[in-house]
Design a protein around this ligand. Structure first.
Ligand SMILES: Nc1ncnc2c1ncn2[C@@H]1O[C@H](COP(=O)(O)OP(=O)(O)OP(=O)(O)O)[C@@H](O)[C@H]1O
Length: 376
């Protein structure tokens, strides 16, 4: 801990505190998440270890980068690249909602980040504006994997958890133990509507009120969820709204373009099995009708490379340097390196004699996201 100087507190969560800090030797600005005492408290220990495990598995340009993890006086510390803003800041700054193209850029990146998590069998479970970090150039980096869960067996029951209510899917509100990745898709829909209008779509004051607001706009839950809700007298009251009174999204957002509306409705289907997957959302005409991904992705990659948040670059640089012959760790030019890159089942070996930033930009030109699997 001595190598970092704390500058300010950025966020205080239920399980710890996040500070903006400076690496004393390199002047690098980082965000450090310090968990509450982790030795004695098993919940916090589990939470910290879960977040570390998840973050180590995941590397993507739209996910926050974990630089290092250490323990000091019985606590876990997670050191992240520092990202200057959040979607919540943007929502506060742009009263009445973000400009349409900005909404599309933000939600596209959020969907990419979650699609990558789902591809790796990870459900984030706490997608909300505070957890969508946004860099100065507009690069989205999803953070907070404290609630994230690895799902390998779709029939496995999940434990109940307390994620932010306003973005909670109907299946969570009725206590369906078999929820999965569609809960993140629901949250994407809520986030999108909030970006477009500036107001939270379902600002429930209690779990019952939350379900009531959803049903009031979108109509009744699916049969399975109605059956689950019928076992709970309080939930039953939330569902006592005649179907004809639910205006639906089209009436509610009558000024939206048809494609934006259709995208939203694909996220906010009451039956989770009818919601689109993130992979399909990325192919939705809302994004593709004017070749937006083809224009946006190269510019995103440029931004990422420009920002190549020095922590990420330095971490990778150090990793690569450490695994070379260690002749001179200070030099920026690497010689005779070989790294294997892997994205999903695709593998590629790169070799050369160049700088670490070129290694990374080479890697990025081959893959959207990558993990370095071996280095010489
Ligand atoms: N790398 C970062 N750069 C800048 N800000 C960050 C970074 N990581 C987290 N934050 C800010 O700190 C807040 C709290 O972080 P995080 O959500 O990881 O902690 P938490 O204890 O799990 O909080 P919560 O109880 O809200 O889930 C985030 O919502 C975000 O606004």
């Amino acid at each position: 801990m001595e190598k970092y100087e704390q500058l300010s507190v950025i966020g205080e969560g239920s399980y710890g505190i996040v500070t903006k800090s400076r690496h004393k030797d390199t002047n690098e600005i980082v965000a450090i998440k310090r968990f509450l005492e982790t030795e004695e408290d098993t919940t916090i220990r589990k939470m910290a270890l879960r977040e570390i495990r998840m973050l180590k598995r995941l590397r993507h340009e739209n996910l926050v980068t974990l630089i290092e993890v250490f323990r000091h006086r019985k606590r876990f510390y997670l050191v992240f690249e520092y990202v200057a803003g959040t979607l919540l800041d943007e929502l506060e700054r742009y009263n009445g909602g973000l400009e349409c193209e900005m909404c599309r850029e933000r939600i596209f990146q959020v969907t990419r980040a979650i699609s990558y998590c789902h591809y790796n069998n990870i459900v984030h479970r706490d997608v909300k504006p505070e957890n969508v970090l946004v860099s100065t150039l507009g690069v989205v980096k999803l953070c907070d994997f404290g609630f994230a869960r690895l799902v390998t067996n779709p029939n496995e029951a999940c434990t109940e958890y307390v994620a932010t209510r306003w973005y909670r899917a109907p299946e969570l509100l009725v206590g369906d133990p078999h929820y999965s990745s569609p809960v993140d898709v629901w949250a994407i829909g809520c986030l999108f509507a909030e970006m477009m209008t500036g107001d939270p779509l379902f600002p429930g004051e209690s779990d019952i009120d939350q379900l009531y607001l959803i049903v009031k706009l979108l109509g009744r839950p699916c049969l399975r969820h109605l059956q689950l809700a019928s076992k709970n007298a309080r939930l039953k009251t939330a569902l006592r709204i005649p179907e004809t009174n639910s205006p639906g999204l089209q009436k509610h957002f009558s000024s939206w373009t048809p494609l934006a509306l259709e995208f939203l409705s694909c996220c906010l289907r009451m039956d989770p099995t009818h919601r689109l997957s993130c992979t399909d959302l990325l192919k939705h005409r809302y994004f593709t009708h004017d070749r937006f991904p083809q224009r946006f992705l190269p510019s995103l990659r440029n931004k990422v490379n420009t920002e190549l948040s020095s922590p990420l670059l330095r971490k990778l640089k150090t990793e690569i340097l450490m695994s070379t012959d260690k002749r001179d760790e200070r030099r920026t030019t690497l010689t005779n390196w070989t790294i294997s890159l892997k994205e999903g089942s695709m593998k590629r070996k790169l070799s050369g004699d160049t700088t670490a930033s070129e290694v990374i930009s080479n890697a990025r030109s081959f893959f959207d996201s990558f993990v370095i699997t071996s280095r010489i």
